[in-house]
Design a protein around this ligand. Structure first.
Ligand SMILES: Cc1cc2nc3c(=O)[nH]c(=O)nc-3n(C[C@H](O)[C@H](O)[C@H](O)COP(=O)(O)OP(=O)(O)OC[C@H]3O[C@@H](n4cnc5c(N)ncnc54)[C@H](O)[C@@H]3O)c2cc1C
Length: 545
């Protein structure tokens, strides 16, 4: 055991482990990258996190930087849940629901809480957390907060940032703060504090004064955006401030979250689901736009393409047997209405049917749970693709989360197909049509030099496409190591420099998940590419459908 591990083991209550098998296990996440940590720590409580941060801060002051990478269940697809120093793993012990106020629906949890388990608990109280990611059964709340995760219901309900009321955060030097919006008077009090928190407020205040004109509005006009730091919702005109938006989506690069207070919504499983079948992508875009334009629109507009359906059918001819007829259509759109008021739900459904009728689209409408489950199988079939291998060809999460303005949906999907064709890639497209946020994992071979070169060419062309269409490199998965190199180009130099200043304010010694999101370029990540991709550690948890 190293001196560092030994010191930590003596000072924390949780376990400190350095076995090579464990370090190996935590050397990968859901991404195509790999970095082995020097040790693994399972914190038992906030004090363990505090002590570890204080220790790394003191070492860094003396010139030795040991990074801390907080980790939930490691499903991150951009390489944000791996790091070379201390791997701080939350689900081991800090996985409790601390408080649930059944009346208001406000719930307070530790970061390692499993998203799916929390959701089940909330359902029993007639509540739910709407921005659940597709990976909710095998990921944590801490990971969702740190990535500003979203999912099929984000169309109606928004992403995680909308539901986080406040956070407890351990800062880089081990100090603990509680976030939340504070008024101008309270801000003035913070500005006078002789602590690191005080320093942060003073430095941020200066940034907001000096860069007022640059920090106007987020320049990227998409419906959800997990790229960069949310510098736009921190300081308001009335002088109030809230650090929560900065931490949500910051991927462990500004602080370590130890407690999350969340709002929830009333849950209604009496939804209506429509599966609509398209042979013209332009018409699909038009329909999605009109559905979006409804006051009180659908709770979800999801899509899968013909390539995915054909892939699933080939792997398992029974999978879609009772759900869809062959030949498959170019796109299948799933449109859901979940309004709590039954009459309102029926009224909205009728409106959607009118839109579909206008374009002479065939569709199937279901309200019965079993029938709806059958239809949802169409969308869930993406799980079969991402866990499939064809020899050394693997479905890689490298271009899996770009988002463009909804009116660019058709151009976006055609652009993706053009990249697939140019590189002769076997690939499929699925995702959130309502937000024009698409997911795809092309089959590539990382064991060959040519495959690795091709991987980076595809990455580069795809992110150029997304940016040219006025989109964001990430709708919900955030930047990680994969998309960090594109952040400056995405936002422009001025905004990027503000991101850098924010990072330097919160993490002056670079101990918090360095190499993730900010100050990272393509040359940094190329050597981290795995030579063989699999999601070994996830296979135990991933659902197969
Ligand atoms: C098949 C598949 C489908 C997916 N679908 C979606 C989807 O629909 N929507 C979506 O948004 N994402 C999706 N993801 C990505 C990912 O699963 C989610 O973002 C998830 O919320 C991450 O949770 P996790 O517990 O696995 O976090 P991890 O992967 O462990 O960590 C993610 C990030 O959070 C940071 N972090 C974790 N805990 C803390 C903490 N306590 N304090 C500070 N930082 C912390 C980590 O350092 C890392 O930067 C998918 C991934 C896979 C593999």
């Amino acid at each position: 055991m190293s001196k560092v591990a030994h010191y930590l083991q003596e000072h924390v209550v949780g376990e400190v482990l350095t076995s090579s098998s464990l370090r190996n296990y935590f050397a990968t996440d859901g991404s195509v990258f790999t970095i082995a940590p020097s040790l693994v720590l399972y914190p038992r409580n906030e004090n363990d996190v505090r002590k570890t941060a204080r220790f790394t801060w003191q070492l860094a002051e003396r010139g030795r930087v040991i990074p801390i990478t907080p980790r939930g269940l490691g499903t991150d697809q951009g390489g944000a849940a791996i790091g070379s120093g201390i791997m701080m793993v939350f689900p081991a012990h800090m996985d409790h629901i601390v408080e649930l106020d059944a009346k208001s629906g406000v719930v307070t949890v530790q970061p390692g809480t499993n998203y799916g388990k929390l959701q089940q608990t909330l359902h029993t109280h007639g509540r739910f957390l709407p921005p659940y990611p597709a990976s909710f059964e095998y990921s944590t709340i801490g990971g969702a907060v740190a990535n500003n995760a979203g999912g099929e219901k984000s169309l109606k309900y928004g992403t995680t940032n909308k539901y986080v009321r406040s956070l407890r955060v351990v800062l880089a030097n081990g100090e603990v703060i509680q976030t939340g919006r504070i008024n101008k008077r309270e801000v003035n009090r913070k500005l006078g504090l002789a602590t690191f928190e005080g320093e942060i407020y003073r430095a941020l205040d200066k940034v907001y004064e000096e860069a007022k004109d640059i920090i106007g509005e987020n320049p990227i006009r998409v419906t959800k955006n997990a790229a960069g730091y949310n510098i736009w919702d921190v300081k308001r005109k009335d002088g109030s401030m809230d650090l929560t938006p900065l931490f949500v989506g910051s991927q462990g690069t500004l602080g370590v979250v130890t407690q999350v207070e969340l709002d929830t919504e009333a849950y209604n499983d009496q939804s209506t689901l429509i599966a609509a079948f398209f042979d013209d992508i332009q018409v699909a875009e038009q329909v999605a736009l009109e559905l979006r334009g409804m006051s009180d629109g659908p709770s979800a507009i999801e899509v899968v393409d013909q390539n995915l359906l054909e892939f699933v059918d080939k792997q398992n001819p029974n999978a879609l047997k009772n759900v869809m007829q062959k030949p498959f259509h170019k796109l299948v759109m799933l449109i859901e209405f979940d309004d709590n008021n039954d009459r309102q739900q029926k009224r909205l459904t009728k409106k959607a049917q009118k839109i579909l009728d206008k374009y002479e689209i065939t569709y199937q409408l279901e309200r019965e749970p079993l029938q709806k489950d059958e239809l949802w199988k169409i969308r869930r079939s993406a799980a079969a693709l991402i866990s499939h291998n064809e020899g050394s060809l693997k479905a890689l999460p490298i271009i899996e989360d770009g988002i463009v303005p909804p009116e660019k949906f058709q151009e976006y999907i055609q652009g993706i197909y053009a990249i697939f064709a140019k590189y002769n890639l076997k690939a499929a497209v699925w995702g959130h049509a309502g937000d024009a946020n698409l997911h795809m994992q092309p089959f590539l071979d990382l064991s060959e030099v040519s495959g690795r070169q091709k991987t980076f060419k595809v990455i580069d062309e795809y992110y150029q496409l997304v940016m040219e269409l006025g989109g964001s490199t990430s709708g919900e998965h955030s930047d990680g190591r994969l998309r960090g190199p594109y952040l400056e180009k995405l936002y422009g130099q001025e905004v990027y420099q503000i991101f850098q200043r924010v990072k330097a304010i919160f993490d002056p010694h670079g101990t918090l998940n360095p190499g993730v999101k900010i100050n990272v370029n393509l040359d940094d990540i190329k050597p981290l590419l795995r030579h063989e991709y699999n999601m070994g550690h996830l296979f135990d948890h991933l659902p197969y459908s």
